[in-house]
Design a protein around this ligand. Structure first.
Ligand SMILES: Nc1ncnc2c1ncn2[C@@H]1O[C@H](COP(=O)(O)OP(=O)(O)OP(=O)(O)O)[C@@H](O)[C@H]1O
Length: 633
């Protein structure tokens, strides 16, 4: 016999509690007690009973005029329909946070609340049992039918549980506990007694049959982002004798080797440092040593560059002079892009020979054309933005364009050349036509250098053009030739976009695909913070040592629900008793809990004596109220 406790509210939760053997249900009384209602066996066997008038306690119906029928008597008409229909509306669990008192999940309290009319003793008579397939624990294991699993959604589970008082164990129970006297006679209608269910582990919701969605970003992206965040924390090598602080920037770390071969920046040497600014963020300081600023007006261009924001230009913040390095230095501060490398380092720098297909090879692979087009479009876009603002880039070089992500390039060191080559004779920052043309030529040289893997590609122009023709499309060659062609009054960067029309579309497609990919990756991590918060709450609430002896804390009300839910999420076993270690199941349960969905879940106590059907919404209320209670203590 099982009970559906009468609801005290309109809660959606249904409580199903296993019966106590000490139940007072009249249907479970010993069969001996109603023996006077039963027909005497002697009547059946011999046709009469010689003890009929001498105290036989069984009933002795008058002799029939016709022989008694040998057919099996019809079972009692079940009166369960009405009772079951009441049980349908029998929710009981009310979260503690609600105004009504919670239903106790403990057996005794549940029994106290249980109206006899909702009893599962209204189960169909035994004759109906035979229509059911016998319980086969391996049935679900061997089946790969997806629809089968769908049957065990929480919605489907409740009615199934109610119908589950039919199983072959009934017979076992009967054979063990019915007196032999009654066992040998099928004449007597079987008693409606509760049969203890073996716990059906199949009724736990299974993980989805389809492969679970990924809950984490791809390992490559993860490694890339991790590296970037790690790089920010690298410490400077000792003994560099760098200033502790300059103009509010501190913790300087050089981003390039201070020794070995160094290229000149115009007539000067420059050194790039990472430094932490007043805003606690990392910045790049490009220092030009031994530069004496003659005119403060030279900083005007820096002002203008600092207002230009473009995705392919490293943002300029400020410029100043300093003697902190022991000389007269000019410093320009830029945005820091962790783990960036120059185009030179990425594609041109000679690499040590490597084994390819078992052979030692030194050949530098050519930059793929698609990548080159992407670079060209990005740099051209940056140049156009600068030119439109009346600024010339003046430093378009493979060592001054940095790669800051997958195929993502930015022009670094903008504005520096303006300060270094400031001419007081032509004040103002308006860009001259010659500088614009100069930018285009520099751009042409950069394309040639990337195509030929050689910074000095244009010094042997004919040979370089041959390489370009051999490895790249005519469109690419035309773009390089256009940039390197003679300056003209009407030659400008906008014309380049007219030449590469369809390539722009390809680049746009790639960009959007990249965005889709990143959004997908973001989506997979979207819930993680919420789940950590939830798990933290569980950690705070479950099994607190100071309440270990306080059964009111852990074994009743909200905390009990949380405890059972914790078991449901983490401590499930499969039908063979093996732990279910499905991350997908954990994440899906926790997500539903955090969302507080109306979906119901079946929680089973550890002793398998109580079953609660509770919605995630209710469990969420339990967690909130238990946590609130904790935080108020
Ligand atoms: N804004 C930036 N964010 C992060 N790293 C940068 C930034 N600007 C430059 N770097 C890095 O600093 C290092 C030095 O840059 P630099 O422009 O000096 O290149 P270089 O190849 O050393 O040229 P040069 O020999 O002229 O100094 C490079 O590794 C580059 O990737």
């Amino acid at each position: 016999m099982a009970f559906f406790a009468r609801p005290q509210s309109a809660s959606a939760a249904v409580k199903i509690v296993a019966p106590s053997t000490a139940s007072a249900d009249p249907t479970k009384t010993s069969p001996k007690k109603d023996s006077t209602q039963r027909q005497c066996r002697n009547i059946l066997i011999y046709g009469s009973c010689k003890f009929q008038d001498k105290g036989c306690i069984y009933s002795h119906p008058p002799r029939p005029t016709t022989p008694p029928s040998t057919s099996t008597p019809q079972p009692e008409t079940p009166t369960s329909t009405a009772k079951l229909s009441q049980a349908v509306n029998a929710p009981v669990f009310v979260p503690r946070s609600s105004s009504l008192p919670p239903a106790s999940p403990t057996l005794s309290r549940a029994q106290a609340q249980t109206p006899p009319t909702a009893s599962l003793s209204t189960s169909p008579p035994a004759t109906e049992y035979d229509e059911h397939d016998p319980y086969d624990p391996n049935y679900y294991i061997s089946s790969d039918n997806n629809g089968l699993y769908n049957m065990y959604t929480p919605e489907a589970v409740v009615p199934q549980m109610q119908a589950l008082d039919v199983n072959p164990y009934d017979k076992l129970y009967e054979s063990q506990f019915q007196p032999e006297y009654e066992q040998s006679f099928e004449y007597y209608p079987p008693q409606s007694t509760f049969i203890r269910q073996p716990l059906n582990y199949h009724l736990y919701s299974h993980p989805p049959p389809s492969p679970p969605p990924s809950h984490f970003i791809s390992p490559n992206l993860h490694a890339d982002l991790l590296l970037r965040s790690e790089v920010v924390h690298t410490a400077p090598a000792p003994g560099l004798n760098l200033p502790d602080e300059i103009q509010g920037y501190h913790t300087l770390v050089p981003l390039e080797s201070m020794t070995g071969e160094r290229r000149k920046f115009g007539n000067w040497y420059s050194t790039v440092y990472r430094a932490t600014g007043k805003d606690s963020r990392s910045h790049v300081l490009r220092r030009v040593s031994d530069f004496r600023l003659a005119h403060q007006a030279a900083f005007q261009s820096i002002e203008q560059w600092s207002q230009l924001r473009h995705p392919n230009i490293v943002s300029v913040h400020e410029a100043f002079t300093t003697r902190s390095f022991g000389d007269n230095s000019l410093v320009v501060a830029y945005t820091y892009h962790p783990n960036a490398q120059t185009l030179y380092d990425a594609h041109i720098k000679p690499r040590p020979p490597t084994f390819v297909h078992g052979r030692l090879q030194v050949a530098q692979p050519h930059v793929p054309e698609r990548t080159l087009w992407s670079y060209i479009i990005q740099i051209a876009g940056a140049m156009k933005a600068a030119h439109d603002q009346g600024l010339a880039v003046r430093m378009i070089d493979v060592t001054k364009v940095i790669v800051t992500g997958r195929n993502r390039v930015r022009i670094s060191s903008c504005g520096l050349a303006d300060v270094l080559t400031y001419n007081p004779a032509s004040p103002g920052v308006s860009v001259s036509a010659a500088q614009i043309q100069e930018d285009l030529v520099m751009f042409g040289k950069l394309i040639m250098a990337l195509c030929c893997n050689n910074v000095a590609a244009t010094s042997n122009f004919a040979k370089s053009l041959e390489v370009v023709t051999q490895h790249y499309s005519a469109d690419l060659k035309n773009v390089a030739l256009f940039c390197l062609s003679k300056p003209g009054a009407h030659k400008h960067i906008g014309q380049l976009f007219d030449m590469i029309g369809s390539r722009l579309l390809t680049e746009m497609d790639d960009l959007q695909n990249g965005m889709d990919f990143l959004e997908g990756q973001l989506l997979s991590e979207l819930e993680n913070a919420r789940l950590v918060r939830l798990l933290t709450k569980f950690g705070f609430i479950n099994e607190r040592p100071e309440f270990a002896r306080d059964s009111r804390w852990s074994e009743t009300g909200d905390r009990y629900i949380i405890k059972l839910f914790r078991d449901y999420v983490f401590h499930q076993v499969d039908e063979r008793g093996r732990p279910v270690l499905s991350l997908s199941h954990v994440l899906s349960c926790l997500n539903k809990l955090d969302a507080g969905t109306d979906e119901r879940v079946m929680l089973v106590s550890r002793d398998e004596q109580s079953v609660l059907v509770v919605s995630y919404k209710d469990i969420k209320a339990c967690v909130s109220s238990a946590f609130a209670e904790l935080s108020q203590r």
